[in-house]
Design a protein around this ligand. Sequence first.
Ligand code: FES
Ligand code: FES
Length: 157
Amino acid sequence: MQTVHIEFMVNGKEVALDVPAGATALQVIREMLGLKGSKEGCGIGECGACTVVVDGKAVNACLLLAAQLDGCRLLTVEGLADPAGLHPLQEKMIEHHAVQCGFCTPGVLMSSYALFAEKANPKREEIVAAVAGNLCRCTGYQQIITAIEAAVPGENR
Ligand code: FES
Ligand code: FES
């Protein structure tokens, strides 16, 4: 099996791996790094369950080759909380009952995180657009959008 050597940052830690040349980032994140928060729903870029943040942008890890992570900064849902506690997005998702089965939740969080990184005070329609690629079969989306809106950095100062 042909492998590729990659070095990158995962949730603030340096990682060096030899990955199968054809492996997706999602396979490496889940199976080699053991970070199971990123989910595989469709595997073809349709559901957003695998969303992670690479160099500040939300991407579908199922569509990204692991080799493309070389030199990148990867953030997964496991890196959102810090020793001080949950990220405000996580707290608001709980507070607003935006989680049912939870399968979509990591992807929603990462899409929202990337939006906040790009824009300090996104409007509701920008939030809706940012998570449009994250399918949820349970909530009807209203609680998710409300929770993200409540976590807007400008609202928490
Ligand atoms: S698993 Fe990647 S978009 Fe569905
Ligand atoms: S909470 Fe079940 S898919 Fe969104």
